[in-house]
Write a protein that binds this ligand. Structure first.
Ligand SMILES: NC(=O)c1ccc[n+]([C@@H]2O[C@H](COP(=O)([O-])OP(=O)(O)OC[C@H]3O[C@@H](n4cnc5c(N)ncnc54)[C@H](OP(=O)(O)O)[C@@H]3O)[C@@H](O)[C@H]2O)c1
Length: 142
C-alpha cells in the first residue's frame, strides 16, 4: 500500500512507521523537526528501507505548507491507499499560526481537515482508500 502519514517522526506515528515498513508498505511522511527526522532516517537506513520512504517538510498548522505538501504528492502520480492524520499536539502556552489561528486547533483539527479536503478534491486518494484520523478522549474532560 501507499500510505500518507502525518507526524511519523515520533510517538505513535513513529511506531506505526516501523510496523508499516516491516509489512512492506510505501510511506509518505511529513516532518517538521530536523532532529526527529534524523532519528527516523537512521532507523530507516539501518534497515536499508530508504526506497520505501519519502519525506516532506510540512507544518500542518500552516495552510501554505499543506498546499506545498499536496502539490509534491500529486507529482508522484500515485493513487494513495491510505491517509493517516496522526500529527497532533498539546501545547500549554497559547500560540498562533501565521494566519492568526490558535495552534492546537490549527494542528489537531483544521490542518488534518484541510489536508484531507485537498487530497480528496485532487482525487489523490484511491476510491477504496481509507482515511484514519487519530483522535483523543481528552475532549471528554473539558
Ligand atoms: N500519546 C497519547 O497518549 C495520546 C493520547 C490521545 C491521543 N493521542 C493522539 O495521537 C496522535 C499522536 O500523538 P503522540 O503521542 O504520538 O505525539 P508525539 O509523540 O508528540 O508525536 C507527534 C508527531 O506529530 C508531529 N507534529 C507535531 N506538530 C506538528 C505540526 N504542526 N505539523 C506537522 N507535524 C507535527 C511531531 O513531529 P514534529 O514535532 O517534528 O512536528 C511528531 O512526529 C496525536 O494526534 C495525539 O493527539 C495521543
Amino acid at each position: 500500500m501507499h500510505i500518507i502519514l502525518t507526524g511519523g517522526t515520533d510517538g505513535i506515528g513513529f511506531s506505526a512507521v516501523k510496523q508499516f515498513l516491516k509489512m512492506g508498505h510505501s510511506l509518505h511522511l511529513t516532518y517538521r523537526s530536523i532532529n526527529k527526522l534524523k532519528k527516523l532516517h537512521s532507523f530507516i537506513e539501518s534497515k536499508n528501507l530508504g526506497k520505501l520512504v519519502f519525506f516532506y517538510k510540512c507544518d500542518i498548522s500552516e495552510p501554505d505548507n499543506i498546499n506545498y505538501f499536496v502539490s509534491e504528492l500529486s507529482k508522484k502520480k500515485i493513487a494513495f491507499d491510505c491517509l493517516i492524520n496522526n500529527a497532533g499536539v498539546i501545547l500549554f502556552k497559547k500560540s498562533f499560526n501565521s494566519r492568526g489561528l490558535e495552534k492546537v486547533f490549527a494542528i489537531n483539527h483544521l490542518g488534518s481537515f484541510y489536508l484531507t479536503k485537498l487530497l480528496l478534491e485532487k482525487k489523490l486518494i484511491h476510491a477504496n482508500g481509507k482515511i484514519i484520523n487519530v483522535g483523543s478522549s481528552a475532549h471528554q474532560k473539558s
